[in-house]
Design a protein around this ligand. Structure first.
Ligand code: HEC
Length: 159
């Protein structure tokens, strides 16, 4: 036992050291196209944020977050929202989707992301797995912070 204890202590220390680092990455939301579609919105050229956020926004939520979106309150750990931002092709008659600009993600883990309301933020460029936020969660949270009464989520539920 006396020989095992130092190893145990080392294992615990190692896990404590690596754990938060590994889990502070927001994973790519595999399968999100089969989640609940929350809403869509088109942000047009006259909007001040058109450069970064112009296009069609499709918002999705996973099953873990759906109940809280409907009822309100604090989202449970594991809740995920996706912000699928598509470029558009428009003329006088129609607006159609073009290429994906960015896939935005919010992932709830109250402990890991306590500095940004319990949410980890990430953006994946186009259809790639290239990370845009890469740990700078505050850049996104700065804006979402205004939505404290709905646990930092802008979108409201609709039928
Ligand atoms: C300028 C303010 C602003 C910034 C900065 C911002 N967001 Fe948002 N975000 C919004 C608004 C407004 C919505 C509501 C939905 C919409 O616009 O279609 C939203 C919605 C979302 C949603 C869907 C959940 C919800 O709150 O409705 C996700 C996911 C998201 N944003 C991720 C991000 C990520 C990732 C970043 C950083 C790369 C980011 N946001 C930066 C304003 C912002």
């Amino acid at each position: 036992m006396r020989k095992i204890l130092p190893f145990l202590a080392l294992a615990v220390a190692f896990t404590a050291y690596c754990g938060p680092k590994l889990s502070s990455q927001v994973a790519y939301p595999e399968g999100y196209r089969a989640w609940t579609h929350v809403k869509s919105l088109e942000l047009k050229a006259k909007h001040p944020l058109f450069k970064d956020f112009g296009g069609l926004h499709h918002i999705y939520v996973n099953n873990t977050g759906l109940e809280t979106l409907k009822k309100g309150g604090t989202y449970p750990d594991g809740s995920v929202f996706v912000f699928d931002l598509m470029d558009v092709k428009s003329d006088d008659a129609a607006t159609a989707e073009a290429n994906r600009k960015v896939l935005g993600v919010m992932y709830k883990n109250a402990n890991t992301f306590s500095a940004t309301g319990g949410w980890g933020f990430e953006g994946f460029k186009g259809d790639s797995r290239d990370r845009i936020v890469a740990g700078k969660h505050e850049a996104c949270f700065g804006c979402h912070a205004s939505e404290k009464s709905s646990d930092f989520v802008f979108s409201k539920y609709r039928n």
